[in-house]
Design a protein around this ligand. Sequence first.
Ligand code: NAD
Length: 378
Amino acid sequence: MKVAVVKESAPGERRVALVPETIARLRQAGLEVLVESGAGDGAWFPDSVYIEADASIVSRDDLYSLADVILTVTRPDPGQLARLRDGQAIIGMLSPLTDPALAAELAGQGVTAISLDGMPRMLSRAQSMDALASQASVAGYKAALVAAEAYGRFFPLMITAAGTARPARLLVLGAGVAGLQAIGTARRLGALVTGYDVRPASKGEVESLGATFLELTSVTNAAGEGGYARELTAEERDAQQAELTAHIARQDVVITTAQVPGRKPPLLVTDDAVKQMAAGSVIVDMGASALGGNVAGSRPGETVVTGNGVTIIGAQNLPSTVPTAASNAYSRNVSALLLHMISDGALAIDTSDEIQAGVVITHDGQVVHSAVAKLLEH
Ligand code: NAD
């Protein structure tokens, strides 16, 4: 079976789906690995290193005509989509729940689509395949660095001959995978860190990183299904925003990471909260999206400075800005999934397997993932 690695096409995307180090494991399983020329350049893996790892470098035309399975990080662009053919499989982060039309198109082309973002994450045997977690972890780390760079003072306590600088007060809203990594990184940089989440289980995790857990009286428990948060009611949301505002006003830096599966990100930092922050404060909104983010006035991929001097950074694709680490982790995730799905040297689709039921979106010309199929009915 021939497994092929495409050069990512999304603007600014520097990750690659498979790094040379992982190729040996696939070769041992009897797979042939083809790599589109230049696919690893953005993550500092030149073609020569793939050749040393026993992969073949091919042109884009050859890749699409020879490959049985195509590995990608993000969704294919229209040009790549047009090249896919009946019977081929594609494995990547295809966001089928936010982009069901892509699934319909792939099914129509007879392509088997496998999406890592459907992984049943609470399953311990799926942990090595959890690309959402590996990429969120990279993003959380980078969010702390982005905040430090934009902040006009030091993060740590600095005692110098020219005087003493107090440490930055930093609040992380949402203490899931990304939030905990942001907390750990900001702590290592010396900031005084507070973490907040609506899932009570996160208190111990925040405190184990040496940060303070912020407890609010307005929302004490909004744990939902599968380790995620549930959406707050309108009353809870208003009370939470009001209570958070008083805390946000005292912070120098705020990093927001809050997400609720299948919903738009909750608004945690209101316009009023931003207005109460001091000039020079920095907010990094990891939830920034076209639908709105965790912070009023944030825009994805843009930095906005408010009239009162608060810098609001709408983070976008942070994993791609740490491309080597993000690709290393993603490559382990994608190859673990691929090896899990192979039997006798070929891809064996079996949706009675819990992992496959989560990740296989289309097969044999049909959308087989029930949640995606349901979205397409409407
Ligand atoms: P996520 O990206 O969906 O959300 C980020 C965080 O935002 C979550 O911690 C959530 O509780 C929080 N949040 C949502 N609404 C909020 C609000 N209104 N106010 C404040 N915070 C809010 O979540 P994630 O980081 O992908 O993972 C969340 C959970 O899943 C964690 O419990 C994590 O440990 C668990 N998880 C488990 C596994 C595993 O067992 N293999 C793998 C990954 C994640």
